[in-house]
Design a protein around this ligand. Sequence first.
Ligand code: PGA
Length: 263
Amino acid sequence: MLLKVKNEGDFLRQVLIAGNWKMNKLIDETEEFCREFLPLVEDISKVEVLICPVFTSLYPMQELFKGSKVKIGGQDAFWEPRGAYTGEISPAMLLDAGCSYVIIGHSERRQIIGESNVIVNRKIKAAMEAGLNPILCVGETLQERENQRALEVVKEQLTESLQDIDLGEKPLVVAYEPVWAIGTGVNASSDDAREMTGFIRKHLARLYNEEIAAATRILYGGSVKEDNIRDFLAEEDVDGALVGGASLKANSFARIIRAGEDG
Ligand code: PGA
């Protein structure tokens, strides 16, 4: 079921609301969340709902979400399928635990772990080859924005992260997450989100073609809450949200999803 109807060529993109739990919640807490969350979203039909918990919560979460439409995803995946890579997890392992999506290149991984666009590119390729849907995260730091380099940085992240990747078969999800808006309570303005998501779609059209650009879902992420989600979803090129802090509480996450459903 597709919700957003876009003018050019009537491309349809289903709104995706994804929760990124980062390094939060033990298995018990995950189970408690799922039990509270499921009844709150059981009638949601237009919005695609996704939660990306920590790896240890994936399997219990998939058990609890069985029979519901809520999807689960990983927060990262390595590029090799198996082997001597201590501490890593492969796309096939995520699939095995019930995942259909994986977040790749989140700014916390870029900034804290030092992930480069080259690494992000390898991870996206591996995820796609294994049959997982990657959510490619891009976004500028405050300094880059202040130096008027935001567009240039995001352009480079897209170009390098997508090098030699064929998007003809399966549409991609891109999350625009300005680093200065993540976990800070300071969200981007609708104008900033409009400018950057429009720019991302145009750049995808240059890298691929209009059709692929129109089929790509672009999420906004960075201090999304129930009070600002509607403003973002109202933007033509925003097809959903990647939600951190506000996805940790069943009630607040469900209200964000409902805003997309009723939108
Ligand atoms: P936030 O995180 O909603 O807590 O700002 C978003 C993200 O990092 O994906």
